[in-house]
Write a protein that binds this ligand. Structure first.
Ligand SMILES: Cc1ncc(COP(=O)(O)OP(=O)(O)O)c(N)n1
Ligand SMILES: Cc1ncsc1CCOP(=O)(O)O
Ligand SMILES: [Mg+2]
Length: 211
């Protein structure tokens, strides 16, 4: 099957109290449809917990052709053998991440709702720029609100892929797909789906395909 123009980018829940159970849920979710990337985002967890989670989850994702990015920490991305890192504005320099992780690594940068930050990230060698939050979210306290126009502008101006994030669901995602988002990054839409994560992936895939 050809890859769709817009793909799902899955982010882990912020804590994984049952790691073996989560690894099984993840396998089922990834087997349910198209997922391009998985971000390990275990906010506030000690390094050894993050590394244990990475060791359990990276093989599950990579065996299914899903690239794995570490959130925030380029050093842990390297230690854990991730395919890349996602850096927020306070999480370090994409140039330093490239130096540490190498030319093949995938480096993403949070750009909130800022064209300036996105151009800066592009110049620093980011492989994607992430805009958001597009919708209210219970997953993270957010201060920046993005509009679909920024996706339209970015994709008309630049080749570097853009990611949309923040409160995205199967119901509200069509305008983001139509505006040119290359990836939709979600937590709740998959992990909190009432019929389970596999149903969440199927619902997001279907909504993207029919947008
Ligand atoms: C794909 C993607 N986009 C944005 C973020 C947010 O990163 P950041 O602003 O550093 O916030 P935290 O995720 O660290 O709380 C992301 N993680 N992934
Ligand atoms: C990490 C992050 N960055 C901006 S919004 C957000 C949370 C995304 O989670 P959800 O898809 O549940 O809104
Ligand atoms: Mg961060």
């Amino acid at each position: 099957m050809p890859e769709p123009d817009c793909r799902l980018y899955l982010i882990t829940p912020p804590a994984l109290p049952d790691l073996p159970g989560f690894a099984e849920d993840l396998a089922r979710a990834l087997d349910a449809g198209d997922v391009a990337a998985l971000q390990l985002r275990l906010k506030g967890a000690p390094d050894d917990v993050v590394l244990r989670a990475a060791a359990a989850l990276i093989p599950v994702a990579q065996a299914r052709g899903v690239v794995v990015l570490m959130n925030d920490r380029m050093d842990l991305a390297k230690k854990a053998g991730c395919d890349g890192v996602h850096l927020g504005q306070g999480d370090g320099d994409p140039v330093a991440a490239r130096k540490l992780l190498g030319a093949e690594a995938m480096i993403g940068v949070t750009c909130h709702a800022s064209r300036h930050l996105a151009m800066e990230a592009g110049e620093a060698g980011a492989d994607y720029v992430a805009f958001g939050a597009f919708f209210p979210t219970g997953t993270k306290e957010t201060v920046h609100q993005a509009e679909p126009e920024i996706l339209e502008w970015w994709s008309e101006m630049f080749e570097i892929p853009c990611v949309a994030i923040g409160g995205i669901t199967a119901a509200n995602c069509p305008p983001l797909v139509q505006a040119g988002a290359d990836f939709l990054a979600v937590v709740g839409a998959v992990w909190n789906h009432p019929e389970g994560p596999a149903a969440g992936v199927r619902a997001m895939n279907a909504a993207i395909a029919s947008a």
